[in-house]
Design a protein around this ligand. Structure first.
Ligand code: ADP
Ligand code: ZN
Length: 527
């Protein structure tokens, strides 16, 4: 090319140093890049801030041809392309924000091989016109970013992602790399199946974010509690406050401003210009608070977000992990703070039961909600519970979450756990908490009669605890990894090896005191 940018770096390390200006690869980057440069398919599961972008940007520079990056995030595309161009990389994007003439120019550059990286929105990619252009382009790699968008159970589902397997059908020789920061087991399986990546090598990084301190407080006067937390820990830092509804976002933002803390609202009901302007200010500012619904955050690259607060319970631990993961991307200490109250649970349950979704979908959602509640109610290290959900074992308590820093009061729940686990075992490891609690309480329901569960030894052995208390026990058993929820089947509980050890009296169980006590005050009969 003669402009000095067209020359391909000889190796990945060359590209890292000369183009990006970094000394060494992080984590599994080197392995992943090597595998992809050699033409292998990869599924990369790496937490936010882990450095996923380089995993396809460097192969794009080292391999001959154009790398097509599929990304659902229009705002992010522009930022990434701008940053890459500043580094001298030949990058462009195609999405609905371009006019026809600009789009045609980008298409021309792609077909003529004048690009290293092209970012494209999924809905554009699957058009016949674009597929035809691809057929005429020398391709280096397909990068499928935010690959969890293919998951129909997930909160970021994009129907166009289901069509992306067409890329492999039309270009079987072009390697593919799919990337995501969401990695519960089902989503992982779904990505591999739906994107046709069953043969791809899976690169699973640790999902631990050691610089984030996790805290969950029982909701009392949530706003005051949060303000006190901010005043004490983050008087001048930038952070995000998540709320469930648009109205609440507006109210909380206005209230914070009235308390002298500058805050902006963000939700899908605001005009696009306002959203964009608020997001822009947040990214550029040092100390601004963004009060937002879940509509805010995917792809926001602000390294110095110091705290993420949840005033309402997220729907799942994946969502919680992703949302809190926006804190501390620069690796410096950050806080994830959540206020948790039973009213949230009631509301989420109602939303779930009233949703139009089919039974199996609802079962999965219910299981996810239970895991979320288990996290809130655990007396164990929160990081261990969180990572356990992503099938990762943290051998020792982390020392950097509220339950580690200020251990909660517990009671010896071994006998209660044995009753609960035995009910699971004796009913064939097929049922969820509802039916099991009927068995424990000795309720002669229709289902109990049908299954003859009134003849079990466990029938009626749990009358010492209330229904709500048993619900908490089951959640804590899930959170502690003594039970797993079979989300692929009917959402029933199954015993883990650790659960079996409890049944065999080889292991003690400590249960958390406060949620149970809170319930005894009587507010929670709605459950
Ligand atoms: P992700 O997409 O996984 O959330 P990014 O690709 O945005 O993460 O990377 C997060 C940050 O880490 C970025 O600022 C990026 O420039 C930086 N980074 C990534 N890899 C390296 C590396 N090997 N050395 C130094 N910084 C890196
Ligand atoms: Zn901990």
């Amino acid at each position: 090319d003669g402009d000095g940018f067209g020359d391909r770096p000889a190796t990945a390390l060359d590209a890292l140093r000369t183009v990006f200006g970094y000394d060494s690869f992080r984590g599994q980057q080197a392995e992943i890049i090597d595998h992809v440069v050699q033409g292998g398919d990869a599924l990369v599961l790496m937490p936010t801030g882990g450095g996923k972008s380089l995993c396809y940007q460097i192969p794009a520079l080292v391999r001959d041809g154009v790398t097509v990056v599929v990304s659902p995030l229009i705002a992010l595309m522009r930022d990434q392309v701008t940053a890459l161009r500043e580094l001298g990389v030949r990058a462009a994007f195609l999405n609905s924000s371009l006019g026809p003439a600009e789009a045609r120019e980008v298409e021309r550059a792609m077909v003529q091989g004048d690009l290293d990286l092209l970012y494209v929105a999924p809905e554009r990619l699957v058009t016949p016109r674009f597929l035809d252009l691809l057929d005429r382009t020398r391709l280096a790699l397909f990068a499928l970013d935010e690959a969890h968008c293919v998951s129909q159970w997930g909160h970021d589902f994009r129907p166009e992602y289901l069509q992306l397997s067409i890329l492999h059908e039309r270009h079987p020789m072009v390697p593919r790399i799919a990337l995501t920061a969401t990695a519960d087991v089902q989503t992982r399986a779904e990505i591999r199946e739906k994107l046709g990546l069953l043969e791809a090598r899976v690169f699973l990084s640790s999902f631990d974010r050691p610089n984030i301190t996790y805290r969950v407080v029982p909701k009392k006067t949530e706003r005051q509690q949060m303000l006190a937390f901010l005043r004490e820990n983050h008087p001048e830092d930038a952070g995000i406050i998540y709320c469930m509804s648009r109205n609440k976002v507006e109210d909380v933002a206005a209230w914070l401003n009235s308390q002298g803390r500058e805050a902006l609202p963000y939700h899908a009901g605001l005009p696009a210009e306002v959203r964009e302007a608020n997001q822009d200010r947040f990214i550029k500012s040092e100390g601004l608070v963004m009060v937002a619904t879940v509509a805010f955050g995917m792809g926001i690259d602000k390294p110095n977000v110091r705290f993420v607060c949840h005033l309402d319970l997220p729907k799942s631990l994946e969502a919680y992990y992703q949302e809190t993961g926006r804190a501390g991307r620069d690796g410096l200490p950050a806080n994830a703070w959540m206020a948790y109250g039973m009213a949230d649970v009631v509301m989420l349950r109602q939303m779930l039961e009233q949703s139009e979704a089919g039974d199996s979908h609802r079962r999965v959602e219910r299981g996810k909600l239970e895991a979320m509640l288990g996290y809130c109610e655990t007396s164990d290290c929160r990081r261990q519970v969180l990572l356990n959900y992503f099938n990762e074992v943290l051998p020792e308590p982390c020392g950097n979450c509220d339950t580690c820093l200020e251990p909660v009061e517990t009671w010896d729940g071994t006998v209660a756990a044995q009753k609960a686990l035995s009910a699971v075992y004796r009913t064939g490891q097929r049922y969820g908490a509802g039916h099991l609690i009927d068995v424990l309480l000795g309720n002669s329901t229709e289902k109990v009669a049908q299954q003859q569960h009134d003849r079990l030894k466990t029938f009626g052995v749990g009358k010492d605890l209330s229904k709500a208390e048993w619900q908490s026990v089951y959640r804590q058993l899930v959170a502690a990894g003594l039970l797993t929820v079979d989300l692929e089947g009917y959402g029933g509980f199954r015993l883990t090896d650790a659960g079996v050890a409890v049944l065999k009296n080889q292991r003690e169980v400590r249960l958390r005191k406060d949620p149970v006590q809170e319930r005894r005050r009587g507010v929670h009969d709605a459950l």
